[in-house]
Design a protein. Structure first.
Length: 254
């Protein structure tokens, strides 16, 4: 099976260590900072084989070089962004497979936050590592892509099984919920989520991962094809991508 270890880094980043328990193969998803990752590897006696990058931002590739130097790991990243992924050894694209021992990840190309953003989907383990594209109750900013691209990317994620665990790269849940409530004040699932998330944060627990099923009920950015969201933004009848663009613009200044 795939063992997932969540490593909180800095104020709100998560790095993940993944281990195939059958083969003892270990991968790390993103590298905000080397020390906490190396510490965790050392504590557990694990050897890092692979570093899987989701996108080029410094809080995701910042420790690539140090991790590679210290562990000799191979770096996997987007073929749409090789020049911005330090130490990249293997360039991957939509549909490519990455093996962590006996666990297989499918690469999903999901541009929008950045032009090269990818996600890693482990079907057997029911786990999606979504980087800064999809968070609990929110999504990353549109830094380099269009709303059309991001909506297209979301549709790839929304097609995964509902029980898929979504491991995003940041703990932004409470502020995301605050914004989501301005759009859907009557969404009961969102209110339940807020209570749960607040309790988790009060006891210093992560709210990540969530499930795709939960996101489909509560995340307004995945719900831009719902008439009530378009209506709330004064965009009744507009295509989902346009609603998404408006929603993201409002969150940018929330
Ligand atoms: Zn980012
Ligand atoms: Fe980030």
């Amino acid at each position: 099976m795939l063992q997932v270890l969540q490593i909180p880094v800095w104020r709100d980043n998560y790095a993940y260590l993944l281990r195939c328990t059958d083969t003892d193969t270990v991968a790390c998803v993103d590298s905000p900072e080397a020390a906490p990752i190396l510490q965790e590897l050392q504590t557990r006696g694990w050897t890092l084989d692979l570093l899987l990058n989701t996108h080029h931002h410094p809080d995701h590739v910042g420790a690539n070089s140090e991790l590679k130097r210290e562990t000799g790991c191979r770096v996997v990243g987007s073929c749409h962004d090789p020049e911005r992924i330090p130490g990249i050894d293997r360039q991957v694209d939509q549909g490519d497979q990455v093996q962590v021992g006996e666990q297989h990840a499918q690469v999903l190309f999901i541009p929008g936050h950045t032009r090269g953003h990818i996600a890693y989907y482990f079907a057997q383990a029911n786990a999606l590592f979504s980087g800064d594209t999809l968070f609990v109750a929110g999504c990353g900013r549109l830094f380099e892509g269009t709303a059309e691209q991001l909506w297209n990317s979301f549709q790839k994620l929304m097609a995964l099984p509902p029980q898929t665990q979504i491991y995003g790269a940041h703990e932004y849940t409470l502020s995301n919920i605050r914004f989501a409530k301005t759009v859907e004040p009557d969404n009961l699932a969102l209110q339940v989520l807020e209570t749960q998330a607040q309790a988790l944060r009060d006891s210093k627990q992560p709210t990540v991962p969530s499930t795709l099923a939960q996101e489909l009920q509560t995340n307004p950015f995945l719900r831009v094809d719902q008439p009530e969201i378009a209506r709330a933004l004064g965009l009744s009848g507009a295509p989902p991508a346009q609603v998404l663009g408006e929603l993201r613009a409002r969150k940018d200044v929330f």
